[in-house]
Design a protein around this ligand. Structure first.
Ligand SMILES: Cc1cc2nc3c(=O)[nH]c(=O)nc-3n(C[C@H](O)[C@H](O)[C@H](O)COP(=O)(O)OP(=O)(O)OC[C@H]3O[C@@H](n4cnc5c(N)ncnc54)[C@H](O)[C@@H]3O)c2cc1C
Ligand code: FES
Length: 493
C-alpha cells in the first residue's frame, strides 16, 4: 500500500552518506521523520553541528502515511485542557500549535510543499453538545473560529466548528526539501544508546546531546514511556472522480476525516487500538463501504494505513527524556496531531539544547503527572495480554493478535507490529519474533482476530457516544453562531 505522499512527492532523493565509522558531533537526532528532521534543521540553521541517524529513509515512518493537516485544532482538546489544567495552559497549547502553523507556513515559502491555507473543522456526528463546549473554550481563548449549521461532507451531521488560519501540505515534499540542509545518515538503525553514544551495526555516533525522535521512543522502559503511550492505527484512501470538500474535516467522535490534495479527495477512518483489530469488515473495508454507498463512480488511487503514539492526556511528550539523563530529549505522543506537534517539539528541543530553556518546557514535560484514566486502561490491556496465551511480542512479551487485513502480527500493549516472517514493522520492538509454522497460516486465525476486534477496549474511535436532546443542542449551537461562513455551494450529496 502506497500513500499519496510517497506517490506524489517526486523522485526519492538520492542516497545520503552511510555510516561506516565512528562519528562525533554536538547533537545526534535519532529518527528522520517530521520531528527529527525539523529539529535537526533548526539546530543546523542556528550553527549547531548536528547529525540525523535514520533507520530506513527520511520520511519513511509515520510521516509518509499521515493525512498532513496542519492545524492547532486537535479534535476537541481545548475544553478538555481548560477543565483539566485551566485556561492559561489551554491558551499556551493553542499559541504553541498556532505558532507551528505559522512556522510551517514560513518554511514552505523556502521549501515548496503544496502548502495551502484551509479552515479546519470538527463536525458533530451525534448531538452537538461537545462542540458547544469546545465553542465556549474557543470564545474563552479568543481562537478565531466559524460555526456552520451543517458541514458540507457526505456524512449526516449537526454542524461543525471551524478554526481559521489553518493549512494542509505534502509532508514528504517538505522533508525531501530539507534534506540538503541537514547532515543525514540513512540506513543507520540505532540498536542502543549507552550514555552519550548511539550504536549501529556500522559504527557509533557520540554526541553531547541525544534527541529521540523515533516516534515510539527507542529507550522506553526508563522514563516509563511504555506506560504513558499506546498506539492507534487508522486507514486512508485517496479518490478521484468524486466531489471535493472545501476545508479539512474530522468527526468529533472519530468519524471519517476529509481533505483534498490536488484533484484527490482523501478520506481517513476505521481507527482502532493497534492489536485490537481490524476485523475483516473494518479498516479499509469500512471506508470502502462508505465510499461505495456515497459516490457513483469513485476511482480509488491510493490506500494506506499507519499508527500514532497516543499520550495519556492527548498532549505530546516533549523535552528531557528523564531526569537521570538531562542531555537526552524526546519528542513523542503526538496523538495524531504530529504535524504541528513536530514543529513545536523541534523548536522546544532546539531551545533546550541551545539556550538551556524552552517556553513550553512545563506544558509538554514528559515528567508531568501520569494520573489519568488512560493510564489504567493501558495497564489493564498489558495485564491481560501479558498472561494471555499466544505468540509473544519481542518488546515486553505481550500476546500478539493477527491482523488479517494487513497480514501482520500486532501487539495490543504498546503497538509493535511484525510481518508474516516475524520482522519488525513498527516499534517499540526492535527484535524480530519467531513465527514458526503458524505464521504461514494466517487465514485460520480470523476468528481469534474477530474476538479481539470486538473486545471492549479503550479505543474511543469507533464509538460516537449518543447524547441527549440532539435537536435542542443543535438549536443552541446554531443560536451561538458567531461568524457565518459563505453558504456552501450546491451540495453534491
Ligand atoms: C492515520 C493518521 C493520520 C494522521 N494525520 C495527521 C494530520 O492530519 N495532521 C497532523 O498534525 N498529524 C497527523 N497524524 C500524526 C502525524 O502523522 C505523526 O504524529 C507524525 O508523522 C510523527 O512524526 P515522527 O517524526 O514523530 O515519526 P516518524 O515519521 O515515524 O519518524 C520516526 C523515524 O524514526 C526512525 N527510527 C525509528 N527507530 C529508529 C532507530 N532505532 N534508529 C534510527 N531511526 C529510527 C523511523 O524509521 C522513522 O523514519 C496522523 C497520524 C495517523 C496515524
Ligand atoms: S509492544 Fe510492548 S509488549 Fe508488544
Amino acid at each position: 500500500m502506497t500513500s499519496i505522499w510517497a506517490a506524489t512527492a517526486g523522485p526519492e532523493p538520492g542516497p545520503t552518506k552511510t555510516l561506516d565509522r565512528d562519528v562525533t558531533t554536538d547533537v545526534l537526532v535519532i529518527g528522520g521523520g517530521m520531528a527529527g528532521m525539523l529539529c535537526a534543521y533548526m539546530l543546523t540553521q542556528a550553527g549547531c553541528p548536528c547529525v540525523v541517524a535514520e533507520a530506513k529513509r527520511v520520511g519513511s515512518g509515520v510521516t509518509q502515511n499521515t493525512t498532513a493537516k496542519v492545524t492547532a485544532q486537535h479534535g476537541l482538546i481545548y475544553d478538555q485542557i481548560i477543565k483539566r489544567e485551566g485556561t492559561e495552559k489551554a491558551r499556551r497549547y493553542y499559541e504553541a500549535n498556532q505558532a507551528a502553523v505559522e512556522g510551517l507556513r514560513e518554511l514552505a515559502r523556502a521549501v515548496p510543499c503544496d502548502f495551502e491555507d484551509r479552515t479546519a473543522y470538527v463536525y458533530a456526528e451525534g448531538t452537538p453538545e461537545n462542540l458547544e463546549r469546545e465553542l465556549s473554550a474557543y470564545e474563552r481563548l479568543g481562537i478565531p473560529h466559524q460555526v456552520i449549521s451543517e458541514a458540507p461532507v457526505p456524512v449526516a451531521n449537526r454542524g461543525a466548528l471551524g478554526m481559521e488560519g489553518q493549512a494542509q501540505f505534502n509532508p514528504l515534499k517538505l522533508l525531501y526539501g530539507l534534506m540538503p540542509a541537514v547532515d543525514v545518515y540513512e540506513h543507520a538503525f540505532v540498536t542502543g544508546v549507552d550514555g552519550n553514544t548511539a550504536h549501529t551495526d556500522h559504527g557509533s555516533i557520540t554526541a553531547d546531546h541525544v534527541v529521540f525522535a523515533t516516534h515510539y521512543p527507542l529507550v522506553n522502559i526508563p522514563g516509563l514511556y511504555f506506560m504513558k503511550l499506546h498506539q492507534e492505527r487508522s486507514y486512508a484512501l485517496a479518490l478521484q472522480g468524486v466531489p471535493p470538500v472545501d476545508g479539512m474535516y474530522i468527526g468529533e467522535g472519530g468519524g471519517f476525516s476529509f481533505r483534498t490534495y490536488q484533484d484527490y479527495l482523501l478520506i481517513g477512518g476505521g481507527g482502532h487500538r493497534t492489536g485490537q483489530g481490524p476485523t475483516p469488515d473494518e479498516g479499509y473495508a469500512k471506508i470502502r463501504r462508505f465510499v461505495g454507498q456515497t459516490y457513483e463512480q469513485p476511482a480509488e488511487r491510493y490506500a494506506w494505513a499507519t499508527q500514532d503514539c497516543m499520550s495519556l492526556d492527548k498532549m505530546p511528550y516533549i523535552g528531557v527524556h528523564r531526569a537521570a539523563n538531562p542531555r537526552w530529549y524526546v519528542a513523542t505522543g503526538f496523538s495524531k496531531w504530529g504535524m504541528t506537534g513536530s514543529f513545536v517539539a523541534a523548536q522546544a528541543i532546539a531551545d533546550l539544547i541551545l539556550r538551556g530553556e524552552s517556553a513550553v518546557e512545563d506544558l509538554f514535560s514528559p515528567r508531568r503527572s501520569m494520573l489519568h484514566p488512560s493510564l489504567f486502561s493501558n495497564l489493564g490491556v498489558s495485564a491481560v495480554d501479558l498472561v494471555k496465551p499466544g505468540k509473544r511480542c519481542s518488546h515486553m512479551g505481550c500476546s500478539l493478535a493477527h491482523n488479517d487485513v494487513e497480514d501482520s502480527w500486532d501487539c495490543p500493549c504498546h503497538g509493535s507490529r511484525f510481518d508474516e516472517a516475524g520482522n519488525v514493522l513498527d516499534g517499540p520492538a526492535t527484535k524480530p519474533i519467531d513465527v514458526g509454522d503458524a505464521g504461514k497460516h494466517a487465514g485460520g486465525r480470523t476468528g481469534q482476530v474477530g474476538r479481539r476486534g470486538r473486545r471492549a477496549g479503550p479505543c474511543g474511535w469507533r464509538h460516537a457516544a449518543p447524547g441527549r436532546g440532539p435537536a435542542q443542542a443543535s438549536r443552541r449551537l446554531a443560536r451561538r453562531r458567531t461568524v457565518l461562513p459563505p453558504t456552501p455551494s450546491l451540495s453534491p450529496w
